[in-house]
Design a protein around this ligand. Sequence first.
Ligand code: 5AD
Ligand code: SF4
Length: 351
Amino acid sequence: MRKKFLEAWERAAKCLELTREDLVALLSSDDEESVAIFQLADEMRARFVGEEIHFRGIIEFSNHCARNCCYCGLRKDNLELARYRMPPWEIIESAGRAAALGCRTIVLQSGEEAYYSGEILAAIVRAIKKDNDVAITLSVGDRSRQDYALFRKAGADRYLLKHETSDPRLFAALRPGTSLEGRLERQRWLAELGYQVGSGNMVGLPGQTLETLADDILLFRRMGIEMAGIGPFIPSGRTPLSGDTGGTMAMTLKALATTRLAMPCAHLPATTSAATIDPQGRVKVLQCGANVIMPNMTPAQYREDYSIYPGKIGLNDTPEESYARAVKDVENVGRHVGVGYGHTRQHKRVV
Ligand code: 5AD
Ligand code: SF4
C-alpha cells in the first residue's frame, strides 16, 4: 500500500479530521487499498450510526421540470417524456400508504417547477403530518426563502438539495441558468430555518476529477450536511450527455466509504442509481458505509415516467413490493430496519 494512503487511512481510523490530501489519497485507492477503506467505513458506520437502516419512503409526485440540467432525463427539453402531476389528495394518500407500511420518513420529490405553490405544498405537508407519525423530507429543488419558511412552519423536518458537484464551473455548465453559490445559499437558508439539510453528488460526471470528489466531501462537511446521497452518474437518453460513459460502481463505493470516514455520523443512503448500475449495488453500499434506504413509494402507474436515467430499478413494483425488497436487503446484510424517525444524532431531541 502507498505511504500516503496508509497515513490517510490511519488518520481516518483515529477519527482525525481528514484533509483534502487525505481524501484524494483514499479516493485514489487501488483494489487492495479499497478493501481496507470499505472495512473501516463499515466499522465506523457500526460505531457511529449503529445497525439500524432507516427507511425514507419516497414519493415522486411530479416529473415536470422547468430546468434543463444536461444530465437529467426530466429536463424540460426532453419532449418525448410523458409528464404527470399527482393531485394533492393522491400524494397524501400515498404518504399514508407508505406510513402504514412502516416508513417513518416520507420524502416528497419532484422536478423544479412553480405549479405546486408554496401554500399547496405546505398544506400537503400539514395534512400528512396530521394523520401520520412521520418525519417529512422535501426534495423540490430551488424555491424562495419564503416558501422554505412556509414548508418548515407546516412541519417539514428535512430538505434534500444536492450540490451535485463542488466544481463551480462544472455546476454552471451542467445546470444552465443556475450557480453553485446560489445552491449553497439555499442550503444555508434551509439550515437557518431549522431543517436537517441533505445534499449529494454524482460520481463520474464528465470533467470531474478525484480532487473534485474530495472537494465534494469537504463541501458536505463545511455546510454541516446531515445526509449525503452519493450515486453514479448514469447517462440518460435525450440529454446532451447521452453518449457519456458515466460513473462506475467501484468509484461510487470509494466515494461513499471515504465520505463515511470523513463524516462518521452522517446519514448516507444507498442510492437508487447505485442499485441501478449493479444488481448487488444496494447490498454493496450498505456494507461500505451506507445506513439509509429510500424505498420507492410512488404509485406504480407513474414510475416509468420518472425516468431521470434509464434502467431504474423497481419500475413495475407496487409500494408494497418496493418496501419488501428493501426489507430483504436489510436482512441480507444482517442489520435491522430503524424504528424511530431516523433523525441525525444532533437532532434527536427536535421532535
Ligand atoms: N444519473 C444519476 N443521477 C442523476 N440525477 C439526475 N440525473 C441523473 C443521472 N443521469 C440525480 C441528481 C438529482 C436527482 C434528482 O437525481 O443527483 O439531484
Ligand atoms: Fe429538473 Fe432536477 Fe432533473 Fe435538473 S436534476 S432537470 S432540476 S429534475
